[in-house]
Design a protein around this ligand. Structure first.
Ligand code: NAP
Length: 272
């Protein structure tokens, strides 16, 4: 159940960066269901158009879309300009999944930079562009998507994990700072979730009880006020507790690496 004052607190407009499919789509549908208008950003225009038509057919809200590459240096500035005239009460930076599962040395430099730019540079600049607007409103929310993978290093997705650790800690700082002004900043940490982007990469999540995107969005939106960090899903909270309280980092990293290799369908090589 979403809070009864959801639209008053987070409306009249929500911005979802990475809002055309998977958890981003699920966030958009739920938020629109609360009567809040949505601005959806993604690279591909066709899925944006089709989701916008769907939402407008189901709910009495406005939907705006724009094709933006969130790894681009000017992505945050573009998002701010696109929404300049709108009273945006909720910003969800959803995009950010890994773009491949490979041993680090096999990653092309370009892909490493894409992830770092999107998950560190652009998330920071989004916060910097939208925090003053939210502060001025004196209410609203700013959400960065974290991952249980961001609680430890692992092979195959080391830069992804590191970027999610960055977002986690950034959001925690913003929680305390924006909290001064009545704005809910939060690291919304999720675990394995069945999304189109993971399916396209051929990720094998079968050993990780993947959640459904709409369940993730429902639980996340119901807990926007439970920062600085909220972990979605009982089994993910148990995993997070285990990872974060263990003093044996070698064992944790090895275990996370076994998982990443399994998701990649790759062989976990022994240490020399
Ligand atoms: N799925 C999981 O198992 C899982 C687990 C833990 C955490 N998470 C987190 O949950 C969030 C969502 O993950 P996801 O699996 O749904 O996949 P995702 O690829 O991060 O998100 C998909 C959405 O983001 C858009 N997008 C991706 N790259 C973009 C870019 N460079 N510029 C603009 N838009 C972009 C996609 O549309 P376009 O492709 O058209 O751009 C789509 O709308 C991520 O932050 C991820 O780290 C996911």
């Amino acid at each position: 159940m979403l809070p009864t004052d959801f639209s008053e607190r987070y409306g009249p407009w929500a911005l979802i960066a990475g809002g055309s499919e998977g958890t981003g789509e699920a966030f958009a549908r739920r938020i629109a269901g609360e009567g809040v208008n949505v601005v959806l950003l993604a690279r591909r225009q066709a899925p944006l158009d089709s989701l916008a038509a769907d939402i407008q057919g189901e709910h009495n809200v406005e939907v705006r879309t724009a094709s933006v590459d969130l790894a681009d240096a000017d992505a945050a500035a573009t998002a701010a300009e696109l929404t300049e005239e709108l009273d945006v009460g909720l910003v969800i930076f959803n995009a950010g999944a890994t773009i491949r599962f490979n041993y680090f040395a096999d990653w092309p430099e370009e892909d490493l930079l894409t992830l770092v730019n999107m998950n560190c540079r652009t998330t920071t600049l989004f916060a910097h562009r939208f925090a003053p607007r939210l502060i001025q409103r004196g209410r609203g929310g700013f959400v960065l998507l974290g991952s249980v993978a961001g609680f430890a290093g692992s092979t195959h997705q080391s830069v992804y994990n590191a970027s999610k650790a960055y977002d986690w800690v950034l959001a925690e700082g913003l929680w305390r700072e924006l909290g001064i002004y009545g704005v809910d900043a939060i690291a919304m940490v999720i675990g394995a979730t069945d999304t189109p982007s993971h399916r396209r990469m051929g990720a094998d999540l079968s050993a990780h009880s993947p959640m459904d995107s709409s369940d993730v969005a429902a639980e996340a939106l119901a807990n926007l006020r439970n920062g600085p960090t909220y972990v979605v899903g009982e089994h993910n909270r148990a995993a997070a507790d285990f990872i974060l309280t263990s003093q044996n980092r070698g064992a944790i990293v090895s275990s996370m690496s076994e998982s990443s290799a399994g998701i990649a369908g790759d062989e976990m090589l022994p240490m020399a």
